[in-house]
Design a protein around this ligand. Structure first.
Ligand SMILES: Nc1ncnc2c1ncn2[C@@H]1O[C@H](COP(=O)(O)OP(=O)(O)OP(=O)(O)O)[C@@H](O)[C@H]1O
Ligand SMILES: Nc1nc2c(ncn2[C@@H]2O[C@H](COP(=O)(O)O)[C@@H](O)[C@H]2O)c(=O)[nH]1
Length: 196
């Protein structure tokens, strides 16, 4: 059964231009899990690798999960206009390298960004043809369970992320489509259909 809710007419890229899709949603809702599941079956789907000042979690690799940079390097990326969008989230900075995205789109390939609400709003302004997809949890309790159960953040950081989650959940109506992450398989299939 479909979990998708569409709002109005979704933006359409100019003729011949591939689609830029933004996936957002509260921390712990399952964005990375859904995208990883989709890319396992469809490795051709290109996901932008963000730069971040956050420290790597166990198993995260530089250049694969993120480009891990220090504050000074991030400042330079911002000053040189190398980021398509960037935001501070729960005490760290995150940004999308601009050139790689533009190169992919110029090559006629769809682009997927997995970014927070602030970044999604910036993309909406700079690239209004982008499709904004919101990944929602089945319930608040389940979101807390997932974020806590992941076991990657301290209780203090979890509190910060949950505070941000309240703001993000309140902004759901700004997105073109909502997918409720009850089933990773269902959402991955629906997201793939939206990308194409
Ligand atoms: N549909 C689902 N049912 C149950 N658990 C799920 C589901 N989707 C994801 N999870 C679990 O929820 C936890 C958080 O998922 P994930 O790390 O993908 O979230 P995220 O939205 O990418 O978070 P962040 O924004 O903090 O990076 C993980 O432990 C993952 O296994
Ligand atoms: N605005 C941006 N947000 C980003 C980017 N890359 C990731 N994110 C979002 O940050 C939070 C936290 O991520 P985590 O890996 O520390 O759990 C999450 O909502 C990501 O989607 C980015 O380039 N720009």
């Amino acid at each position: 059964m479909s979990t998708a809710v569409s709002r109005g007419t979704s933006p359409v890229p100019p003729a011949g231009q591939p689609r830029l899709t933004v996936l957002s949603g509260p921390s712990g809702v399952g964005k990375s899990t859904v995208v990883a599941h989709m890319r396992k079956a469809h490795p051709e789907v290109w996901l932008s690798v963000s730069a971040t000042t956050r420290k790597p979690r166990p198993g995260e690799r530089d250049g694969v999960h993120y480009f891990f940079v220090d504050d000074e390097e991030f400042d330079k990326l911002v000053a040189n206009g190398e980021l398509l969008e960037w935001a501070e989230f729960a005490g760290n900075r995150y940004g999308t390298p601009r050139q790689a995205v533009l190169d992919r789109l110029a090559a006629g390939e769809p682009v997927l960004l997995e970014i927070d609400l602030q970044g999604a709003r910036q993309v909406r302004t700079s690239m209004p043809e982008a499709l904004l997809v919101f990944l929602a949890p089945p319930s608040w309790e389940e979101l807390v369970r997932r974020l806590t159960g992941r076991g990657t953040e301290s209780p203090e950081v979890i509190e910060r992320r949950l505070a941000a989650a309240k703001v993000e959940l309140a902004a759901e109506s700004e997105f073109d489509v909502t997918l409720v992450n009850t089933s990773v398989e269902d959402v991955a299939r629906e997201l793939l259909a939206l990308l194409r």
